[in-house]
Design a binder for this molecule. Structure first.
Ligand code: MTE
Length: 337
């Protein structure tokens, strides 16, 4: 497969430091340009301040959208105190202006481009090994679930991290609704495929649509969370509206955005990134500070929005909840693969 314009974490080790420059360097000159993920990107403004200006720019374009979100009254949802953590929440102007969403570009400043996505009407298909295949309207689905807020760590394979207040519902509740057949072992998830919204999907060397998979045990673990909102309101498009996954014990690429399909299957799915770089992005992808990415260390992480670099924890600090799922697997190799 011809692969061009790959993300920093597929192509270049040095790119893992680029966002530090972007977010923390104070003397950044207006109009200077950076190379992120192999694509030239022009930044205007200074670090996080630039993020704030960009965020207000985005909210203006969001305001012009004419769709009606019929779930607005469900926010803010009550926080579930079982899922709080000690780290400070990452400022919204940082987390909403520094995103990975390759459908809209192979760099971090996709927020504005993501506003082209039309998130209503939106249908979720549930198919494969289920009692009955179904198509669900997103607003009806959300209204049928018990929404709550959870504070989750978010650790990207690029060695940066954030803390996000997600709103959503337990993945286990969707599995229950789907009524899987007893032979179903995995759930494959798919993002939309619409190049008229998403210019990245015109780059045909990527294996669109974005695809991810989890085992049934992972999907029904208490931590697996389907996200509909962030920061006390419906999720901004760049976060993966109207429905994304949050699996906080795994590297961020497992947390697929803007999902349109859940397929129950007995075959292990091969994800988007696994198709592109199988030696680097395996199925389990559990956060593991002891296993290097082939081209950089995973021992520490930069906490975005601060000057801190902290040690990375096994399972991103969620071992108590998930380690039992992997007791059959070898510690170093298979946790990541
Ligand atoms: N989902 C889709 N559809 N497309 C993507 O490019 N990027 C993944 C994941 N989900 C991605 C995706 C990666 S690499 C990360 S780190 C997280 O989304 C980033 O989530 P955030 O932008 O909310 O921080």
């Amino acid at each position: 497969m011809l692969i061009r314009n790959l993300p920093s974490w597929v192509l270049r080790e040095s790119a893992a430091t680029d966002e530090q420059v972007y977010l923390n360097r104070r003397n950044f000159m207006r109009g200077s340009s950076l190379l992120i993920g192999g694509a030239a990107l022009t930044l205007s403004g200074q670090g996080a301040d630039a993020g704030a200006a960009f965020a207000s720019d985005i909210s203006q374009s969001v305001g012009t959208s004419d769709f009606k979100d019929l779930t607005l009254d469900l926010y803010p949802a009550k926080r579930n105190e079982a899922y709080t953590i000690k780290r400070p929440i990452t400022k919204e102007e940082i987390s909403s202006t520094y995103n990975n969403f390759y459908e809209f570009g192979s760099h971090k400043r996709i927020a504005k481009a993501a506003q082209r996505m039309e998130t209503r009407p939106w249908t979720i298909t549930i198919d494969g090994m289920v009692e009955e295949e179904m198509e669900l309207d997103i607003d009806e689905l959300i209204r049928s679930m018990a929404l709550e807020e959870r504070l989750y760590r978010h650790r990207c394979v690029e060695a940066w991290s954030m803390t996000i207040p997600w709103t959503g519902f337990a993945f286990a509740d969707l599995v229950k609704k789907a009524k899987p057949l007893s032979g179903a072992k995995y759930i494959q998830m798919e993002t939309f495929h619409k190049s008229m919204w998403a210019s990245g999907q015109r780059q045909t060397w990527y294996p669109w649509p974005y695809l991810e998979g989890v085992s049934m045990e992972e999907a029904t673990n208490d931590l697996a969370f389907l996200v509909t909102g962030a920061y006390g309101k419906p999720a901004a498009k760049q976060f993966g509206a109207p429905l994304r996954l949050a699996l906080p014990w795994k590297y961020g690429f497992k947390s697929i955005k803007s999902i349109v399909r859940f397929t129950f299957t007995d075959k292990r799915p091969v994800s988007f990134w696994e198709q592109l770089a199988p030696k680097e992005y395996g199925f389990w992808a559990n956060v593991n500070p002891e296993v290097r990415h082939p081209r950089w260390s995973q021992a520490t992480e930069r906490v975005l929005g601060t000057d801190e670099t902290i040690p990375t924890q096994f399972y991103n600090g969620y071992g108590e909840q998930v380690a039992h799922l992997y007791k059959e697997l070898g510690k170093t190799e298979i946790l990541f693969r």
